[in-house]
Design a protein around this ligand. Structure first.
Ligand code: ACO
Length: 451
């Protein structure tokens, strides 16, 4: 008998099964042979939230959550943050290797070529309220791109795929900046293709009357590092959404809009926005102990703390903390930094957080830096989505090239009623309106329902 197997005894039948173990993993489908009777469906695993299920084999991003290690294609995040640029990292994620000089120049040229968006996209934007959340606009515009590039559905065609990748990486900063400008009601600033990827984004965000926007090199570099840190993070919630939608052979714009929607949630990419709101709510250092007490009592979570995978320290948080000081040299110090540092100090000493291995994650400090750079709080999830676009696309390409993959379709354990006869209305008895909020019902009846 090979050592690389798992022997399972089914105590219901006394039968034994030998299941192959590969990469410290068993294939869930190998359990299907375990049955009590021949017409049984076979054994399944129950794993809500994928706590212990690998959904794919990947060669893109490596994380060791216990040791606080993050690597893209084998390169430690610390080295990439120090020596690389966002576009180079995007190339690395998508192609597997760092580009040589010519490859990097070509890559930058392809991306720069596609920074403009179709003028009609602006009409989509015009339909939004002045106070629409930029992430909602971002999602909608990325989805709308699929209608501008219908050929994108040819996902089997490698050249076509590559073109959509260039377009998406190039256009997401433009879409993000236009959504911001729509929000504040100022005219759009068009891409300046003489500038770097990050510098151009700052230009489209903040250019006013100057003839040529000149980004501050410290802020440009800080943005590049923040983008590198956010570029990929293996099978997180939004990447899983990208893969799941992509597995239906949906075009990459629609899949990426879905991934952005997942990122928007406060438990994921919306956390940096939530951190800022939390710090503002705490208000002053004196209130930190009371706030922590309420977190421990289970009233709410400390946003920017904890991670499904990192149970040591999020290595990205360490790099970001350093950058914060460099940015503050230019912008002046944000008073919320002291508050955040005190919150971190108290939490890291507290048994509640230590026992649960809760440490600051990437979002704990990124919001403070973005605020110092004059990005409004509701742009934070969008700032996450811009660099994560390259990671989502790398994962999407990997999915499409993986012969093991099929349309994602989990199983369920059905615990509801089985076949029963339809009950006529008059026999259904009394019941109250379970869905309605009494306040809303009263408002609707006064004719004040929102449009
Ligand atoms: N504050 C207080 N307690 C927490 C926190 C927190 N931020 N996070 C987890 N806990 C507690 C839970 O209450 C639970 O305690 P219990 O065992 O007494 O019930 C325990 O720690 C384990 O929590 P889980 O929810 O099981 O951890 P999980 O791995 O599912 O959640 C998550 C990870 C969602 C990130 C969680 O830590 C969280 O909600 N953090 C705040 C939101 C946040 O910062 N999200 C950004 C994540 S990074 C990213 O997406 C880029």
């Amino acid at each position: 008998m090979s050592n690389n197997t798992l022997t399972i005894t089914d105590n219901r039948t006394g039968r034994q099964y030998e299941i192959p173990v590969e990469n410290d993993t068993i294939r869930a489908m190998d359990l299907r042979q375990i049955k009590v009777a021949d017409d049984d469906f076979g054994l399944m695993t129950y794993d809500p939230a994928f706590m212990n299920t690998a959904s794919c084999k990947s060669t893109i991003t490596y994380i060791d959550g216990d040791l606080g290690v993050l690597e893209y294609r084998g390169y430690p995040i610390e080295q990439l943050a120090e020596r690389s640029s966002y576009l180079e990292v995007a190339y690395l994620l998508l192609h597997g290797e760092l580009p040589n000089e010519q490859q990097l120049a070509d890559w930058k040229r392809h991306i720069t070529y596609h920074t403009f968006i179709n003028e009609n996209i602006k009409k989509v934007l015009d339909g939004f309220h002045y106070n629409a959340h930029p992430m909602g606009m971002f999602e909608a515009m990325v989805a709308a791109l699929s209608t501008f590039y219908p050929e994108a559905k040819n996902i089997e065609d490698e050249a076509c795929r590559r073109k959509q990748i260039h377009r998406l990486i190039a256009k997401v900063p433009t879409i993000a900046a236009f959504a911001y400008r729509h929000r504040v009601g100022v005219q759009y600033a068009y891409p300046d293709n003489d500038l770097s990827y990050e510098g151009n984004f700052l230009n489209m965000m903040f250019k006013t009357t100057e003839l040529k926007y000149e980004p501050d090199p410290v802020l440009e570099r800080a943005l590049s590092v923040l983008f590198i840190l956010h570029a990929d993070h293996e099978q997180n919630c939004s990447t899983n959404a990208m893969r799941s939608i992509g597995s239906a052979h949906t075009d990459p714009y629609s899949a990426l809009a879905g991934a952005s929607a997942a990122l928007y949630g406060p438990l994921h990419g919306g956390a940096n926005e939530a951190v800022l709101r939390m710090l503002n709510e705490i208000g002053s250092i004196d209130h930190v102990p009371e706030y922590v007490k309420r977190v421990k009592a289970g009233e709410f979570r400390l946003m920017g703390f904890g991670h499904r995978v990192y149970k040591n320290y999020d290595p990205r948080a360490r790099i970001i903390k350093q950058i914060a000081y460099e940015v503050f040299e230019v912008t002046g110090k944000d008073p919320l930094l002291d508050l955040a540092l005190e919150l971190e100090r108290i939490a890291l000493e507290d048994e509640y957080f230590v026992k649960r291995k809760l440490y600051p994650n990437v979002d704990f400090y990124s919001g403070i830096i973005y605020r110092a750079m004059r990005f409004p709080v509701d742009m934070f999830p969008v700032l996450f989505a811009i660099p994560r676009t390259s990671g989502w696309l790398a994962q999407w390409v990997e999915l499409l090239n993986d012969a093991d993959q099929k349309i994602a379709r989990p199983r369920q354990i059905y615990l509801g009623h089985r076949t029963r006869d339809y009950v006529p209305m008059e026999k259904r008895g009394e019941g109250k309106d379970v869905g309605a909020d009494p306040e809303q019902v009263a408002q609707d009846s006064r004719g004040q329902a929102s449009a």
